[in-house]
Structures are given as structure tokens and as C-alpha cells.
Ligand binder design. Structure first.
Ligand code: FPP
Length: 245
């Protein structure tokens, strides 16, 4: 029987779900289509999962949509991914407003063409007061770069304030992450059967529950998302201690 929303314990929802949407290219190849058609289908799936997450009441959803390493793909694929991203931002604004979802971006936005940077900022601003859910898009994102960036900034601040390195606490470093108050992911989902983190959130996943599925991202469904949440709810999270949920 397929999992249903009524099986979910609303008192034990993950606060933050992060997704590595992998397998668009392989899906397209299987269908005998160009890779870009896989990405197109991937955007449609992303839309459905955003709606589902909102319906379930998950406060934060992060989608890894473009990694720092993705710039090294063939020029044509990068260009099409950027075009898709622009189109996505254009088309999704009404949905974000209707569902009261605010959009935030993590990553090195200055890597993008100026018109796309502008569009990202416009959508962030237009949705900043919406409070039902936060959709975070990781764009030109690298977990290692985020940590390095934070370390550089904290050194700068410590030198300015004349602070001793020993006075720097974990929370101080987090202040220099792209979104300082973004809670750590409780659940990280990766599609396509690859068992890797691929430079997504690194610092933040210390106690994150990991869920891997063989499905390629274009094959991922709302039911599969619900299944991942149910799987998460069955796990006992101890955070290095003897018992806690
Ligand atoms: C991985 O598939 C996916 C990406 C590199 C891009 C993910 C982007 C989308 C799903 C579309 C954009 C989404 C939003 C929300 C704007 P792959 O190309 O690495 O697949 P492969 O491993 O099978 O080659």
C-alpha cells in the first residue's frame, strides 16, 4: 500500500529536509531524450515536492539545484540550466505567494549572470514576508566553500575585535554561513542510487538522517517523499547521547 499523509505523525516532522536531486541526465538517456529534457522534467518534480512539503507542514526545504562543480559541465548544458533556473524563478513566484513560501538562496550568487542575480534578489524580496515555509535553493553552492568563506570572515572579524582564537565558539562560525539561522537538515534525501554527499551541506549534516533511493530524480514522486518522511519518523535520533528523539 502506498504511504499516505495520514500515516505521518505531525508532531515528529523534520524541521528541515534537504534534497540532492540527482539522475536527470540518466533518466533522459533512458528515454532516448537529450539531457536537458531530464532537467526540464526535474523542475516539474521539484515543483510537486515543494507543494507536498508545504502540505505536510515542513518548515524548511532545501533543493540542491546547481553546484559549484556544475559550472564545469558542457557550456550548452550550463546555459540551459541557467535558462531553466530563470524560467523557474519567473513561473514559480505566483505559487510561492499563493502558498506563502519564502524563497532564499545559498551559494555564490555573484557567479551568475547579472540578470539572473537580479531575478533571484527580486523573488527573495517579493517573498521575504511569507512565513508558512522557506524554500532554499542551493545555487553555485559548495559545502567546502561555505565553510572556507565563514572561516575567512570570522578571522577578519576576530582580528578587528582583537579576539583570541580560543574565544570563537561554534555558533560564532555559523553566523557567517549563507543563512545563519537556517536549522541543520534533519533529513537529507538523495535520488539515483548514488551514496554520496557531493559537497552539499557538510558542516550542517553532522546529525542528519540520510535517505537514499534508487529512483532517478524525474521518477521521484510525492508518495516517495512521504515514504522518506515516514522512514525518518521511524528512526531513533540520539545525537551522540544514549537516547533522544
Ligand atoms: C542532477 O542530475 C541534477 C542537476 C545537476 C541539476 C538539478 C536541477 C534541476 C532538477 C532543475 C532545476 C531545479 C530547480 C528547482 C530550479 P544529473 O544531470 O547530474 O544527472 P546524471 O547524474 O544522471 O547525469
Amino acid at each position: 500500500m502506498s504511504p499516505s499523509i495520514s500515516d505521518i505523525d505531525v508532531t515528529k516532522l523534520p524541521r528541515h529536509v534537504a534534497i540532492i536531486m540527482d539522475g536527470n541526465g540518466r533518466w533522459a538517456k533512458k528515454q532516448g531524450l537529450p539531457r536537458i529534457m531530464g532537467h526540464r522534467k526535474g523542475v516539474e518534480v521539484a515543483r510537486k515536492i515543494v507543494i507536498k512539503a508545504r502540505e505536510l507542514g515542513i518548515p524548511y526545504l532545501t533543493l540542491f539545484a546547481f553546484s559549484k562543480e556544475n559550472w564545469q559541465r558542457p557550456k550548452m548544458e550550463v546555459e540551459t540550466l541557467l535558462a531553466l533556473l530563470g524560467e523557474y524563478l519567473e513561473k514559480e513566484l505566483p505559487l510561492l505567494k499563493e502558498k506563502a513560501i519564502s524563497l532564499r538562496v545559498i551559494g555564490d550568487i555573484e557567479d551568475f549572470p547579472i540578470d539572473l542575480q537580479r531575478r533571484i534578489k527580486e523573488v527573495e524580496e517579493a517573498t521575504s514576508s511569507l512565513k508558512e515555509m522557506t524554500l532554499v535553493l542551493a545555487l553555485s553552492y559548495s559545502g567546502r566553500s561555505e565553510i572556507l568563506r565563514a572561516v575567512r570572515l570570522i578571522i577578519e572579524e576576530s582580528q578587528m575585535k582583537g579576539l583570541h582564537p580560543g574565544a570563537i565558539m561554534e555558533e560564532d562560525l555559523r553566523k557567517f554561513f549563507y543563512i545563519p539561522d537556517l536549522p541543520d537538515p534533519d533529513l537529507l534525501i538523495r535520488t539515483s542510487g548514488e551514496l554520496r554527499i557531493s559537497n552539499f551541506f557538510l558542516y550542517q549534516i553532522a546529525y542528519t538522517e540520510l535517505y537514499f533511493t534508487e529512483l532517478l530524480w524525474p521518477e521521484f514522486t510525492e508518495e516517495e517523499f512521504t515514504k522518506a518522511i515516514l522512514d525518518f519518523q521511524r528512526r531513533e535520533r540520539r545525537f551522540g547521547r544514549v537516547y533522544e528523539f
